[in-house]
Design a protein around this ligand. Sequence first.
Ligand code: PEP
Length: 255
Amino acid sequence: MEMIIAANWKMHKKTGDTAEFCRAILKDQQLFKGVEVLICPPYTSLPLAAEFLNDSSLKLGAQDLHWEQEGAFTGEIAGPMLADLGVEYVIIGHSERRHIIGESNNRIRSKVKAALEAGLKPILCVGETEAEREQGSANSVISEQLLAALEGLAPGDMEELVIAYEPVWAIGTGKAAQPGDADAACSFIREVLQNAAGPERAQKIRIQYGGSVKVDNIGSFVEFASIQGALVGGASMQPDSFSALIQAARKAVQN
Ligand code: PEP
């Protein structure tokens, strides 16, 4: 299964920064062979990034979408608009949207459905808060988030998903999960997926770890068979560090 490493720029980078990043990262693309590399810029940079990445091996992702295909939703962006730009993936249920914007599991389910209807592949984020981990309820939170998002999906559609396990306390804090804990959580996610989609389909779903991933620790995550890539925030902002991280992941898997 090809590893998938995604850059989540969040609400950073204007068009000039996007152009600079794309120019630099594209120079290294031959060093990323065997890794699916994905850039998720803010909406305002998607058309420009699409132009740069067109004809490259790098893919384009969005950070969110609306749950309807079109309509009177001022300020929102629909899946077909993203697909029209050449966007292939869309992050759904990032913890910043769950916890800052207040998106519920039901809302996230409707977005997963909308993404699939628009022909986009959802990167569904799940993960527990620090308090939930301390209470010993991490697995129940993760399975609730997963099962809520998968409810009503045809098993065939589930194969299109990528799951990002992102413990909330590890995001943007510099405090990554212990690799063994990430392995345990991702293995648990796989079990939930197997029950929901059947073992064969579940095998096709890639699971990323996200939360303070850097060039120095990426190898310790992807060397586990349970983890097929990473969702990267801070360390994806500079082309040099992102490129080094991808190369380190590739090396760790080859070893
Ligand atoms: C993220 O944005 O999903 C993320 C994991 O951020 P960071 O790598 O900065 O922790």
